[in-house]
Design a protein around this ligand. Sequence first.
Ligand SMILES: Cc1cc2nc3c(=O)[nH]c(=O)nc-3n(C[C@H](O)[C@H](O)[C@H](O)COP(=O)(O)O)c2cc1C
Length: 150
Amino acid sequence: MSTRTDTPQAPADDASGTDPRQLFTPVVLGDLHLRNRVVMAPLTRTRAGEDGVPGDLLVEHYAQRASAGLIITEGTYPTREGRGYPGQPGIVTDEQAAGWRRVADAVHARGGLLVMQVMHAGRVAHPATTGTDRVVAPSAVVLEGEAHTP
Ligand SMILES: Cc1cc2nc3c(=O)[nH]c(=O)nc-3n(C[C@H](O)[C@H](O)[C@H](O)COP(=O)(O)O)c2cc1C
């Protein structure tokens, strides 16, 4: 009779990292101790309000995915000029930071970890989305195409 365990263990001598059974084994990344090797890619949800504050929808969204070893948040703007999309959350104001605190607390309460992807939209930004009067980018090359504005 064989016994199935919920967390299959990779052979102790397999250091290649390619054995699929290792997916559900812990790993240490710097200061982060991941309980498994499933890492959620950053996915912009555009679910924050006009104020860029992550609210109940994002708390629920990230809490539902807390069983991943690590969540990388959606790209989050570090300055108003860096906002690329309507509904994108920011990490500029105290209210935004408090919203992210709620997200982090919900993920931590479920044993998960998350790191923030800080994302400046550069030339992808549009004054109608940022509410500022200039577009800041590494170069002066204009982006071709259309921007989605509020
Ligand atoms: C709806 C959507 C939103 C995304 N948002 C981000 C984002 O905020 N930051 C980022 O770096 N990548 C973003 N991505 C890219 C995903 O992280 C990427 O698709 C994922 O890592 C899988 O890689 P692949 O598309 O090359 O297979 C997004 C992709 C999609 C489909």
